[in-house]
Write a protein of this length. Structure first.
Length: 363
């Protein structure tokens, strides 16, 4: 079976080439060809010796996920469904803005965490994505979008906020992050790469030491009673533990704040009393809040908070000195907005198995 070189960051690729009897600079060349040049086959890599190209053609591939569908929203948001085999597809979303272009990447086929307001969580769980399938989304989007008139990449920011819980696929996510940050890969700044988690505390501590990038926490509640209900992971890592993990992470984070994501659910977590509880909860955690109007999906059981309730909630936080944004709803006409990604997930029977694995690995 041929080796997919998309699975390797530079240290691993260098070791792989050493085992082939090749020098380290060859690994750097190949990495640049794949991730900067968008090369899909080794014959494109014209500065490699013919003998090396022949060896690579025999033993390796650049295995990119195939496109299943492509959609474009009225607001310019683009969504791709990429084939990851056995009838499964994952969704990747590009959000164009005036000063930046953000790619939202998936880390799993489905999700095992069952957050009740999230369409992805309703789809069940199939498996973790490989490092190649994660970084392949960035490779594919870069190729599809091309460059700006100034010959700059369209994608300036990456957020691990697509399908799945990134921290539940830790090793593969870290490998993909390594490629994103490497100057021979995509050369992205740690400040421009964000990992979002629902609150897997041990993995947050590991990421702090292994690959500190910007951190976003899917908070969504101001007290344990509400969060237990809508984010079941909270029963294992309650808010007190999560806030302590946030403070520890900031010691090495590239940004001096944690971003708290907070979906606004009518009558559930959007009252003035909830906003005041948040002020007490985060008083020792430098942070900013991103309030997300709930994006409906069929049979969700939730409604979006009213504009007035969102405004009052925002004002309470802002008047206390916090930085607060209300996320614009982007791509909802193609189901590309936050919480709407569903992809194509087969074999939904593995959710409980994954839950048990998460529990055991985190003990």
């Amino acid at each position: 079976m041929k080796t997919n070189l998309l699975d390797y960051d530079l240290p691993a690729l260098t070791e792989h080439f050493a085992q082939m009897g090749e020098k380290p600079f060859r690994a750097r060349q190949v990495m640049r060809w794949i991730h900067q040049g968008g090369a899909e086959n080794f014959d494109e890599m014209t500065d490699l010796a013919k003998s090396l190209r022949a060896k690579l053609n025999e033993k390796a591939i650049v295995g990119i996920p195939a496109l299943m569908t492509s959609q474009e929203s009225r607001d310019g948001t683009r969504k791709w469904l990429l084939d990851v085999g056995t009838g499964n597809g994952v969704e990747t979303v590009f959000i164009p803005e005036t000063e930046r272009g953000t790619l939202c990447i998936s880390s799993q086929v489905g999700c095992a965490l069952e957050c009740t307001f999230c369409s992805t969580g309703r789809q069940g769980f199939n498996r973790n994505l490989t490092a190649a399938e994660i970084i392949g989304q960035l490779w594919w989007a870069n190729k599809a979008l091309g460059v700006t008139p100034k010959n700059e990449r369209v994608i300036s920011n990456v957020v691990m906020m697509g399908m799945g819980e990134p921290m539940a696929n830790y090793d593969n996510v870290v490998t993909a992050l390594s490629i994103m940050l490497d100057d021979h890969g995509y050369g992205l700044s740690r400040r421009r790469v964000t990992v979002s988690t629902s609150g897997m505390v041990p993995q947050m501590d590991r990421l702090k030491d292994d690959m500190p990038v910007a951190m976003a926490v899917s908070l969504h509640a101001s007290n344990d009673a509400v969060r237990d209900q809508i984010v079941p992971l909270n029963k294992k890592y309650p808010l007190k533990e999560l806030m302590a993990a946030c403070r520890r992470y900031l010691a090495k984070a590239p940004r001096d704040f944690i971003t708290f994501e907070y979906v606004m659910l009518d009558g559930i977590n959007d009252k003035a009393e909830h906003a005041r509880e948040l002020l007490e909860l985060v008083k020792d955690v430098p942070c900013k809040f991103n309030l997300i109007p709930f994006n409906p999906f069929p049979n969700s059981g939730y409604e979006r908070s009213s504009g007035e309730n969102i405004r009052i909630f925002r004002d309470i936080l802002q008047q206390a000195g916090l930085v607060v944004t209300v996320r614009k709803t982007r791509g909802d006409d193609i189901d590309a907005a936050c919480g709407q990604l569903a992809g194509q997930v087969k074999d939904k029977t593995r959710r409980q198995q994954k839950w048990q694995q998460i529990y055991m690995e985190s003990r």
